[in-house]
Structures are given as structure tokens and as C-alpha cells.
Design a protein. Sequence first.
Length: 153
Amino acid sequence: MKVIEVKDFNSHISIAIIVSRFNAEVTESLLEDAVTRLQELEVANENITIVHVPGAIEIPLIAERLAQTKKYQAIIALGAVIRGETDHYDYVCEQVSDGCQRVMLDNQLPVVFGVLTTNNVDQALARTGGKKGRKGREAADVALEMISILEQI
């Protein structure tokens, strides 16, 4: 019987992080935590590429372009979509989620969805080091775990 599970991480992997500038108070915290976690896991700084985009809606296009380069073993998408007074929130969440999934499946490359979708800023901040965890760190862990698993298949 073969069991595929996470093994030691290869520190020579290349990871791209796409981060939205919209809701920067939240997204910069996500980015800082993701980078710190990758460094803790001994991923070299020169193997981490960070791309800033205007908003979450732009993440899938950049993810697709990065995936096409074949330079990265995983892409981490970081953003914060916070509900407002209109239906815009629903459209943005759906487009970003669907776009990231399409990039992942079309390119057979992990695209970690670290885009927070919350009702308010307090909920978002609670996920960047508050009561609801550190989603930037979690996104980095997921990226490395997925790389490890895919390398064994």
C-alpha cells in the first residue's frame, strides 16, 4: 500500500505570491505572515516572487501569467474582499474564486486561495493574527504541502 502524505519540504522551490493592494491593512498583514512562514521553512528569499495587483479581481489573470512561465511550483493568492452595501461583493468573490480554480486545474499547479471574504473589516483582521488565525501563514503551509504531495504522485 502506498500512502501519499506531506514529506520534508524542498527549500529550493519557487513560490509566487500575488497580493491585492485593495484593503491593504489586511492584505499586507497576510503577505507578511506568508513570507515569514516561507522563510521559517527555509525557502530562500530569491525563490519568492511577490506581485502586487490593484484588487482581488486582478489576481486570476496574474496567476495565469505566472503559471504559464513554468517557474513556480505554487502560487499563493492573497486578498481581502469585504462586503459592502451592493451585490458587487458577490460578483468579485465568485470571479476570483472561479478564476483561481481555473488556473490551478488548467495548469496543474497549486493556486492557494488566501483571499479573505468577510462581512466586515473586523472579521478580516481576526483572520490576520486575531481570534480566527493567521491565514497568511496557513496559505504558505498549504502551498508547501501541495507541492510535496504533487511531487509524490
